[in-house]
Design a protein around this ligand. Structure first.
Ligand SMILES: Cc1ncc(COP(=O)(O)O)c(C=O)c1O
Length: 394
């Protein structure tokens, strides 16, 4: 198939993204290529989506095979096997007893809020409905999730936001004061805050939060949309803290680049939901679920997870070493293959310079660079990326 590059950016698309002028036309391995044939080493991976990189032969074959039945979509009015199989794989591998398949991360979080509220209502009546998110959180851009997202500039133009959702400091004393069992239904937290600057929540913090919520009959929702599915070296990030949430959301890498999200829930919380309480037209269709079932096998594989742990440790050490030598770097944070670098310069300047040099990186705040390479990236390519990044930071 030949790709015909368009010559100039269109104004037919809603102008909500500031995109560089180059146009991507092809991907191979961990590299992307623009219409002029220039190669870019990819440390963004479609914002933590393309865990297997580009053109993975087996993934491409699974996608082709998944169309053979002619069943791309049937709606959720009828049973199809791939979604059921995927749900069984997820419940077999995680804390969850029930799975709801959605189409994006924000949609999964909105559904998790609904389940938490429905459950809390059975415990404490209508007044037990508040949802608490943490300082620095990003949970999505829809009305409920925007109210749980701590970015003033994303929120201000769209007020009033959904009610009954508030943000509390990442501080156990503040949470202790805010978590009133009479009024609070759920707390939502990212074990590693992604958009908020790649902030790893300490295991002791997650453990205390779990204890506090459990004691007060408050649901704990973990948002692992960015940090889950292998990114931190375990299939789900919270496994490392040894805690069990009530609800958890995943999305980004789930279906090899196809849109998909999921809510994972314990039986105790999920079984309050009755037919008609929630739904989606597309979620968990046979095509996307077949692909997701294959991606699950790849990203839950212990060899892949060990690779992420080992390469992540190397990348973290390399970045910390860089920070010691370079006064333009203020701090380095992260785990697995998810790293944030606070810099003196505006992140967008460094992102632009890196792109010119053939390296794609993204930001997590105005002065923070974020690295999210494909999980299959080799040491050689990581080294190449760090070298380019060093030059781009200056
Ligand atoms: C932690 C987290 N939650 C939710 C979302 C929203 O997901 P989506 O963009 O698929 O709606 C994102 C996206 O970046 C995310 O990183």
């Amino acid at each position: 198939m030949t790709t015909i590059p368009t010559t100039s950016p269109t104004d037919a698309l809603l102008g909500v993204y500031r995109k560089p002028p180059m146009e991507l036309v092809r991907g191979a391995g961990v590299e992307l290529f623009d219409a002029d044939g220039k190669a870019y080493l990819d440390f963004v991976a479609g914002i933590a989506v393309n865990a297997l990189g580009y053109g993975d032969a087996e993934l491409m074959r699974v996608m082709r095979d998944a169309t053979e039945s002619g069943l791309v979509h049937t709606s959720n009015l009828y049973r199809t096997a791939p979604g059921e199989q995927l749900a069984e794989k997820l419940t077999g591998r995680t804390f969850a007893d029930r799975v709801f398949l959605s189409n994006s991360g924000a949609e999964a979080n909105e559904g998790a809020f609904k389940i938490a509220r429905r459950w809390a209502r059975t415990m404490g009546g209508a007044s037990k409905h508040e949802i608490i998110a943490l300082r620095g959180a990003f949970h999505g851009r829809l009305f409920g999730t925007l109210a749980a997202t701590d970015r003033p500039s994303y929120r201000a133009p769209f007020r009033p936001l959904a009610g009954g959702i508030s943000i509390v400091e990442r501080d156990l004393e503040e949470l202790d004061a805010a978590l009133n069992p009479e009024t609070v239904a759920a707390v939502i937290a990212e074990p590693v805050q992604g958009e908020g600057g790649v902030r790893v929540l300490e295991h002791s913090f997650l453990q205390a939060l779990r204890e506090m919520t459990a004691q007060r009959g408050i649901a704990l929702i973990l948002d692992e949309i960015q940090c889950g599915y292998g990114r931190t070296g375990t299939f789900l990030a919270h496994e490392q803290a040894g805690i069990v949430p009530d609800l958890l959301t995943v999305a980004k890498p789930m279906a090899g680049g196809l849109p998909m999200g999921a809510i994972l829930a314990t039986k105790a919380v999920a079984d309050v939901m009755q037919p008609g309480d929630h739904g989606t037209t597309f979620g968990g269709g046979p095509f996307v679920a077949s692909v997701a079932s294959y991606v699950f096998d790849r990203l839950s594989d212990s060899a892949l997870l060990t690779h992420v742990t080992e390469q992540g440790a190397w990348l973290g050490a390399a970045l910390r070493g860089l920070a010691e030598r370079n006064t333009r770097i203020r701090a380095v944070r992260g785990t697995g293959l998810m790293w944030g670098i606070d810099i003196v310069d505006p992140a967008k300047d460094v992102i632009g310079r890196a792109m010119e040099m053939g390296l794609l990186i993204c930001s997590a705040g105005e002065h923070t660079i974020r690295l999210l390479p494909p999980l299959v990236m080799t040491r050689r390519d990581l080294e190449r990326g760090v070298e380019l990044l060093t030059r781009a930071i200056g």
